[in-house]
Each structure stands twice: as structure tokens, then as C-alpha cells.
Design a protein around this ligand. Structure first.
Ligand code: NAD
Length: 512
């Protein structure tokens, strides 16, 4: 069987020794436990990394805090130049897209898409490096001026999830770096080699520019290593992407020490399909949203809320489209859907289907685990469609797998919006309509309560230009575009008196 050029890709990314059992990891000092990374694509061992010990962590933090003291002195546009070089390097890195696909299991096209997102955020950050603007504010006092400045915040801790093993890091780092911060990254223990590959790329750029290594650090391990960062007062900002369960702990831990956290957590995303919706748009939007990345995107479409007048037509079209889906090795570009990340994910998927049935769900497209040639890893599953009610316990929760729930609404669009908002999560949402009034209602303050609300496109596939994130149990964080950069800086308000008097604010008299 072809290995789709994986060996060459690993070698190009500086991971060539790992198949011999040599452990790797850029900040690899220790005798910590070994994490083995198995590909969900073929079940093979790709490589190993060493878990960072407390001692390693201290060394990393020492390097990072020291690097910050010099990096913050570098003018922001010069920091932008480093990010520009990083973006340019990524333009040559198809191998990274391949590794993402092989280690995480998403299609090669989506792996390349992740690398493209990294390039896009670099471009965005380069421009932004000349626009970290504060404001001047009129003072109420004569001979006074007020202004706001944005200063680097320090060491940014990044905790990332397995499903976007490189892009999420880049969203954070590209902005943090132009802001003058340095970064310590703990990637998901389920996709650690992607982080080593990224670290190898940026380490070369830092070296070429005679910049300290501590500007970009990685640590390896599970939640215990993550906890070293969340409890560390030397880290003013922790950006954490993952499950709501993780965010609840991380948010509380960081808040306890008055740190800032940027939380990007789970979603439970719906598309509302109205009577005027165009099926040409609905079908690819809903199907890609539900099965893309095997349903393992935070923005994956989990629920379709369909007007009763078009329900049968939409249901049949979607079920028909599921018949065309090809499941298999994600590096084979003729396949639409790859594997789930691991066997635990497969079990969670199977249990969710059983639960939906037990609650009264009606299965329209059967799920199940695929077996036989090409499916040896045991992680390939069939995307399922189930008719369900919004209040079902299982529908209220995010199952990170390709299970799509169909439900009806009747009457006006407000009824659909109520269902769409009737879950604890608030990440992404969409409406399919050609009625201007319905679209505007959906986007209004009384409409979708999500951080992302789309019209006539699906719930997944955001561009980096907009701020990305969600409300409620999704955590409230925003990263990537718009003014998300502000979270990576500290705001300082300055009042300067250039008069010869000392008038007090609010006209308070204090005569001596
Ligand atoms: P996860 O919560 O299991 O793990 C995410 C990361 O958090 C890992 O690096 C893990 O080691 C770390 N972690 C877990 N507990 C921790 C703790 N107590 N302290 C410190 N670190 C801890 O999530 P996952 O299975 O890797 O990813 C899937 C989840 O991520 C889904 O819920 C998905 O919706 C969410 N996600 C959200 C976004 C977003 O932008 N909103 C993006 C991608 C993924």
C-alpha cells in the first residue's frame, strides 16, 4: 500500500528519526514518560515524544521569560518581519499538511487548509504589526491629555486541542508575537508531532534572525503538564482550546490567580433551513458541515432545524447525499471522510447513537464502525443521521463525531431561532433563506446567540479576518481576526498634565 509520501514528509519536517523509536521534542531535556503517537489513518506508530517534567517546564519558563525581556524591545513592525518569514516558510510546507492529515486523520485537503490558515494569519499579523494603535481621549481638565497604549503582556500559554493541531497555535502565536509576547505551547497529547514540526520551522527562523529560542517554546504532555501553566503566575494569559469540561477547570484555575484566559470550547451548531432555502446551497453546506473532519470540528454542524413545509424534501436530499460519501484514507484525495481520532472517540460515537435511539430518535442513516481492508486502525465510522428532538439529553451535548440530528420547526423563523439557541453552547450558527427579513431577524440582537452567525453558508469554515469564538459554554473567547489582538496585550491609560496647575478630575477641590 502506498504511504502517500508520509516518510518524505516526516523527513522534511525534521521528524526523520522518530520511526526508529528516537524520541523527539524541541525542548526535550528529560526522562519524562513517553507519549506514542499512533496514526488513526492506519494505526501505525508515527513517533514518540517525551512528556515534559517539572524541571523541563522550569527551564522552558526561564528561557521564555528571559526572551520576553528582549523581544518586547524590538519594534512591532520588526516583529512582524519575523512573522512574515514564518508565513513564507509555511508556503513551502505541503509536508505539514500531510502530517496533519496523517496524525489527526482529517483529509489532506483540510490538512493543507490548516496550513493555509496559518499563512493567512501570518499575513494578517504582519499588517497588524503597524496598527497596534491606542486612542487619544479628550481630557475634561485644561492642559491635560489622555491616551491609551497597548503593551506586550508577557508569556502566553497556549493549550490546544487535537482537531486543529497546527492552526490554533498559529492563530495565537502570530498575533502574540507581533504584540511582543513570547509563547509556550502545550499541544494535544493526541497530536504531539504536529507541534514538534511547527517548532522546528519557527526555531530555524529564530536562529536565522539571531533571536532567542525562548520566543517560541513547546512542552509535551497531557492535562498535568497543562496544569503547570494554568497555575503559573508568570503566565498572564492562557489561551485554551478544547472541551467545555477542560475550559471549566482551566478558566477557574487561571481566574483564581487573577490571570486572563481566552477560552475556545465546544459547540453545538445548527443550521436553520427555511421554506425559501436553496437546496443547491443547503445540501453541500450541511453535509460538509456535518461530516467534514469526520464531525470533529468545533464548528461541525450537529443539528438541522428544518421548516415542516420543506422537511421531507430537505431530509431526502441530505440522506441521498450521504449515499455519495466515500470514507477511507484521508490522504487519498478521492475520499471525503477519514477516521475519528482514536478508539475512545469511536466508543463515544457509538454510545451517542445508542443514547439517541433510547431517547426516541429515529435513525435515517445507520452509523457503525467500518472493518476490513483500509480500515485496520478501527477508527473509521459511518456518518449517521438521526431524527431527534432538541430537548434530548444527547442532542444537548456535543458529541465529537459525525452524527447529525434532524428536527422540524413550524410557523415563523422565531420558533427555529428559539430551538437553535436552546442549547448550552454558543459557537456557530447558520440560516438558509432567501427572505431578507428572516436573515436579518436571525442576525439581530433577538436572533442567534452564537459568536458566529452565517447566512446561506454552513456553520464550519471560518476565515481568519473575523474574530473567532463563541458565547455561553463555548467560553466567550475571541481569537484570530478583527481586534482579537487586544487580548494579547495589556491596556494602559495615560493622563499627562502639561499645564502649571493641578486640577482634579470631577472638579474636586483639595486646596492646601
Ligand atoms: P480536550 O478538552 O480533551 O483537550 C484539549 C487540551 O486541553 C489538550 O491539550 C489537553 O491536554 C488539555 N487539558 C485537558 N484538561 C486540562 C486541564 N485540566 N488543565 C490544563 N490542560 C488541560 O479536547 P480535545 O478532545 O483535544 O478537543 C476537542 C474539543 O475541543 C471539542 O469540544 C471541540 O469543540 C473543542 N474545540 C474548540 C475550538 C474553538 O475554537 N471553540 C476549536 C477546536 C476544538
Amino acid at each position: 500500500m502506498t504511504d502517500f509520501g508520509i516518510k518524505e514528509a516526516l523527513a522534511e519536517l525534521g521528524l526523520k528519526d522518530i520511526n526508529n523509536g528516537t524520541s523527539t521534542g524541541s525542548n526535550n531535556f528529560s526522562n519524562g514518560e513517553i507519549i506514542e503517537s499512533f496514526s488513526p489513518v492506519d494505526g501505525k506508530l508515527i513517533g514518540k515524544v517525551v512528556t515534559s517534567t517539572r524541571e523541563d517546564y522550569e527551564k522552558v519558563m526561564e528561557a521564555a521569560t528571559k526572551a520576553f525581556l528582549s523581544f518586547r524591545n524590538m519594534p512591532a513592525p520588526q516583529r512582524g518581519e519575523i512573522v512574515r518569514q514564518f508565513g513564507n516558510k509555511l508556503r513551502e510546507k505541503e509536508a505539514l499538511g500531510k502530517l496533519v492529515s496523517y496524525e489527526m486523520g482529517k483529509s489532506y485537503q483540510e490538512g493543507l487548509g490548516e496550513v493555509q490558515e496559518m499563512i493567512d494569519i501570518c499575513d494578517f499579523a504582519v499588517g497588524l504589526s503597524r496598527q497596534l494603535n491606542g486612542q487619544t481621549i479628550p481630557s475634561e481638565r485644561p492642559g491635560h491629555v489622555m491616551r491609551e497604549q497597548w503593551h506586550p503582556i508577557g508569556v502566553v500559554g497556549i493549550i490546544s486541542a487535537f482537531n486543529f493541531p497546527v492552526a490554533v497555535w498559529a492563530w495565537n502565536t502570530a498575533l502574540a508575537w507581533i504584540c511582543g509576547d513570547v509563547c509556550v505551547w502545550k499541544a494535544s497529547e493526541k497530536a504531539p508531532l504536529c507541534s514538534v514540526a511547527c517548532q522546528n520551522i519557527i526555531a530555524e527562523i529564530l536562529k536565522d534572525n539571531n533571536l532567542p529560542e525562548g520566543i517560541s517554546c513547546i512542552i509535551n504532555g497531557d492535562y498535568k503538564v497543562g496544569e503547570m501553566m494554568t497555575t503559573d503566575t508568570r503566565i498572564p494569559l492562557v489561551s485554551a482550546t478544547g472541551s467545555t469540561r477542560m475550559g471549566r477547570i482551566v478558566g477557574a484555575t487561571v481566574a483564581q490567580r487573577f490571570g486572563k484566559s481566552l477560552l475556545e470550547l465546544g459547540g453545538n451548531n445548527a443550521i436553520i433551513i427555511t421554506p425559501t432555502a436553496d437546496l443547491k446551497v443547503v445540501v453541500p453546506g450541511a453535509v460538509f458541515g456535518a461530516v467534514g473532519t469526520c464531525g470533529q470540528r468545533c464548528t461541525s454542524t450537529r443539528r438541522l432545524i428544518i421548516h415542516e413545509s420543506v422537511y421531507d424534501k430537505v431530509r431526502d436530499a441530505i440522506v441521498g447525499a450521504y449515499g455519495q460519501i466515500k470514507i477511507g484514507n484521508p490522504l487519498d484525495e478521492t475520499k471525503h471522510v477519514g477516521p475519528l481520532i482514536d478508539h475512545d472517540a469511536v466508543n463515544t460515537y457509538l454510545a451517542a447513537i445508542e443514547k439517541a435511539k433510547a431517547e426516541g430518535g429515529n435513525v435515517l442513516v445507520e452509523g457503525g464502525v467500518l472493518e476490513g481492508e483500509g480500515y485496520e486502525s478501527g477508527c473509521y465510522v459511518k456518518p449517521a443521521i438521526i431524527e431527534a428532538e432538541n430537548h434530548f439529553e444527547i442532542v444537548q451535548h456535543e458529541t465529537f463525531a459525525p452524527i447529525l440530528y434532524l428536527m422540524k420547526y413550524s410557523g415563523e423563523v422565531e420558533n427555529a431561532i428559539e430551538k437553535q439557541n436552546g442549547v448550552a453552547q454558543g459557537l456557530s450558527s447558520a440560516i438558509m433563506t432567501n427572505e431578507m427579513k428572516e436573515a436579518e431577524k436571525f442576525l439581530s440582537y433577538a436572533g442567534s446567540d452564537c459568536g458566529i452567525a452565517n447566512v446561506n453558508i454552513g456553520t464550519s469554515g471560518a476565515e481568519i479576518g473575523g474574530a473567532f469564538g463563541g458565547e455561553k459554554e463555548t467560553g466567550g473567547g475571541r481569537e484570530s481576526g478583527s481586534d482579537a489582538w487586544k487580548v494579547y496585550m495589556r491596556r494602559q491609560t495615560n493622563t499627562v498634565n502639561y499645564s502649571d496647575e493641578l486640577p482634579l478630575a470631577q472638579g474636586i477641590k483639595f486646596d492646601l
